[in-house]
Every structure is written in structure tokens, then in C-alpha cells.
Design a protein around this ligand. Structure first.
Ligand code: ASP
Ligand code: MG
Length: 406
């Protein structure tokens, strides 16, 4: 028995039949004597449709109003689940973000959680209610409705779990856990039983789409154990928890890939103080996130500088850099959208040498050229030609002993 937060994603509440199924699942947990708080996403596709409707009216709809609009998706599912639970004779009550006292800053569309007044929910739980909270939304100190960014109901769930000191935060989704690689391209990928917050953070930023990355940062900070599992089966999924010594036995835990990258090179930049600042400041000002950066060694007072940006920001970044190049006297700006980043991630890397050389040798055997390399304590990433992504993921998965047995 304990306090359990259960979050259901959009596909799990996509229609009334699935909502009924969710209600049964919630009811079962409650019947076992647990206190249950449910966090819901909007029905699959609804948030996109709402955004689309607003876009048909105005080119850039006012963000405050957009949040009022988007929050209705989660309002709908929260109410429907509470109605369903009550119809099944459970004492359920729905709550919107402001009712759950989820206070955020004023950044409409991507608000950060400042605090959660847990008292209201605690009172209801103590009276053995099932509390159903609309995910993805909060309110700022002026009472405006805010939303937490796409995929934000994961963060709502983890935040509420931490504020209420829940025993576990279960994230129910349409996959049965986190895999050692994307099972769509790597048939031998295995489900991971336990993974650390840091590994998950590294994987999320590399394109694993299961959890909103902010929720993992939150979980790490407040030490909330997350269980990612399927809402369509009873099987155990993947536990995302703080690191323990056993985890280091496995050197590499997963191979990830990210095709959403593009590369920009400034040729023959003067190698002197202030140049990098001139190249990256205007990019940062527009809010474009630069990922990898490499600078060549100097030759005759000049150097090449290469970096990557998300594909959708490529044209904007190229335009900025062409202007910068003119100002700082760089010879040329080159761009390449046909790249991908493949990475190996694992906390075990901290205590093992030779991971990089296995990675490079494995790619070399397949004649895959490495264009850029970056490393962190628990990750090595290589930028390669996009067309080799699948091949690279598969051979690395095998090389690091991750393949499942037939
Ligand atoms: N409904 C929101 C979205 O689609 C939030 C979420 O599902 O987590 O991004
Ligand atoms: Mg999601």
C-alpha cells in the first residue's frame, strides 16, 4: 500500500473505451488499498488539432489565449475519467492545474513549475478520494492559465509525485518501456529493466521520445522513482531511478540516434579572442539550441568552426551565419542537412576505458565516416551521414553486447 501517481498519455485516453479501461486500472490500484492520483494528457491528436485551429485564424496567435485553448484538451479527459470512475462507484474528483495549485512562471507555452500547494490534494486523498488532475497545465501568480510545453503532462506527474512524496510515479504510455535502441530500426533491441536518471537524460536529449526530458530532470532533483510502462499490458516496464553500483557493470546501456540535426561550418575564421562569441551570440539570441561544436587546430592564424543545430532551425541559422561571416571575414559558410548523430550511453563508461575505440572501430568496419565527435562522462556521440543511421545503430548495438538472444 502506498501513494501512487499514475499518468496516462494521449493514446491511453484516446477514446471513451480506453478511458473506461484506464478507470478500471486506476480502480484496481485503489482497491488494493493504495491512494491514487491520476494525471492525464489530452486525447491523442487533440493538442495538435487545437494548435492547428488557432493557426487557421492567426499567424501567431497570442500565447496567453493559446494556453487557454490548449488546456481544454486535458480538461476534457480529466472530467471524463472522473465521470467514468464515479459511474463505477469510486469517489473521484477532477482538478484543473489551478485547482491543484500548480503554480508556474509566466512563460506561456513553456512555463516552469514554481511550486505546488499540495494541501488541497492531500486533504482529498486522506478522505480516500481518487484525484484526477489535468496534466500539462498550471497557472501563474496572476491566475493566468499556462502550459508546460509539449509532452508536459509527464512533468506535471513527476512534480505532483514529488510534492506529495509519492512512492512511485507510473507513466503509462503506448510502449512497454525504454529500449536499448529504437526497436523500429534495431530488431534485437531489448527492454531495459532499470536505468539511471542521468542515462535517461542523455537518451531523452538524443531522441528517445518516451518522456519529456524536463520530467526526468525533475525526478532526478527530487529523487522520484519513475516506472515507464504500457497501459495496454500488465507487464513491468522500465524503472528510471538514481544510479546504483550494479548499473556500472554494463558499460553501455543503450544506443540512440537523432536525425534531427544539421551541420554548419564557417571556413577560415580568424583565430583570435571574441570570434566564437560573435558566431554564437546571434544564434543564442534567436533561441536556437546549438548542440555539438568543434574547432579545428589553427593553421596560419585561421581555423574552421563547425556546429550542429536542430534541422528546423537550419535555414535561420544559415542566414544568421552568412551575415556573421561577412562581418568577421570568414571565407565561407557551408551547410549540410543530411547528417545524424548516433550515441552510446552508459554510466558504466565512467570506469571503463576503450569505449570510444570500440565505437570508432565498429563504424570504421562498415566504412562509415565520422564527421564530428563529442563526449561526456557517460556518452559518446558521433555525427555521420544520415543514410548510415540504421546500420550504425545496429552494428553498435551488437558491438556493445546489447542484442537480445533469439
Ligand atoms: N497534450 C500535451 C501534448 O500533446 C501534453 C502531453 O500530452 O503531455 O503535448
Ligand atoms: Mg508524452
Amino acid at each position: 500500500m502506498g501513494l501512487i501517481v499514475q499518468k496516462f498519455g494521449g493514446t491511453s485516453v484516446a477514446d471513451l473505451e480506453r478511458i473506461r479501461y484506464v478507470a478500471k486500472r486506476v480502480g484496481k490500484t485503489y482497491d488494493q488499498g493504495n491512494d491514487v492520483i491520476v494525471i492525464l494528457s489530452a486525447m491523442a491528436g487533440v493538442t495538435d488539432r487545437l494548435i492547428d485551429m488557432a493557426a487557421q485564424i492567426a499567424e501567431s496567435p497570442e500565447k496567453r489565449e493559446l494556453d487557454v485553448l490548449l488546456a481544454t484538451g486535458e480538461q476534457t479527459t480529466a472530467a471524463l475519467l472522473a465521470i467514468t470512475l464515479k459511474d463505477m462507484n469510486y469517489p473521484a474528483i477532477s482538478m484543473l492545474g489551478h485547482q491543484a495549485k500548480l503554480v508556474t512562471d509566466c512563460t506561456f507555452g513553456n512555463a516552469r513549475i514554481l511550486e505546488i500547494g499540495a494541501g488541497t490534494i492531500i486533504d482529498l486523498i486522506e478522505k480516500r478520494n481518487i484525484v484526477v488532475v489535468a496534466g500539462f497545465q498550471g497557472c501563474d501568480i496572476n491566475g493566468n492559465i499556462t502550459t508546460l510545453g509539449r509532452g508536459g503532462s509527464d512533468t506535471s506527474a513527476v512534480a505532483i509525485a514529488s510534492a506529495l512524496k509519492a512512492d512511485i510515479c507510473e507513466i503509462y504510455t503506448d510502449v512497454d518501456g525504454i529500449y536499448t535502441a529504437d526497436p523500429n530500426i534495431c530488431k534485437k533491441a531489448r527492454k531495459i529493466n532499470t536505468i539511471s536518471y542521468d542515462e535517461m537524460l542523455n537518451m531523452a536529449s538524443l531522441g528517445a521520445k518516451v518522456l519529456q526530458i524536463r520530467s526526468v530532470g525533475f525526478a532526478k532533483k527530487y529523487n522520484v522513482p519513475i516506472h515507464v510502462r504500457s497501459s495496454f499490458s500488465e507487464e513491468e516496464g522500465t524503472m528510471v531511478v538514481s544510479e546504483d553500483s550494479g548499473m556500472e557493470q554494463l558499460v553501455v546501456s543503450a544506443v540512440t540516434h537523432d536525425k534531427n540535426q544539421a551541420r554548419i561550418t564557417l571556413r577560415k575564421v580568424h583565430d583570435q579572442p571574441g570570434v566564437a562569441a560573435k558566431i554564437f551570440s546571434p544564434i543564442a539570441e534567436t533561441g536556437i539550441v546549438v548542440d555539438m561544436i568543434i574547432q579545428n587546430t589553427r593553421a596560419e592564424g585561421q581555423t574552421d568552426l563547425t556546429f550542429t543545430v536542430p534541422k528546423e532551425d537550419f535555414s535561420a541559422a544559415m542566414e544568421i551565419e552568412r551575415k556573421v561571416a561577412g562581418k568577421i571575414g570568414a571565407e565561407d559558410v557551408l551547410g549540410d542537412k543530411n547528417i545524424a548523430k548516433v550515441s552510446v550511453v552508459g554510466v558504466g563508461m565512467k570506469n571503463h576505458s576503450g569505449v570510444a575505440s570500440i565505437m570508432f572501430n565498429t563504424l570504421a568496419r562498415e566504412n562509415i565516416n565520422i564527421m564530428m565527435i563529442s563526449t561526456s562522462e557517460i556518452r559518446i556521440s558521433c555525427v555521420i551521414e544520415e543514410k548510415y543511421t540504421e546500420l550504425a545503430v545496429r552494428v553498435l548495438h551488437t558491438a556493445f553486447g546489447l542484442d537480445k538472444e533469439d
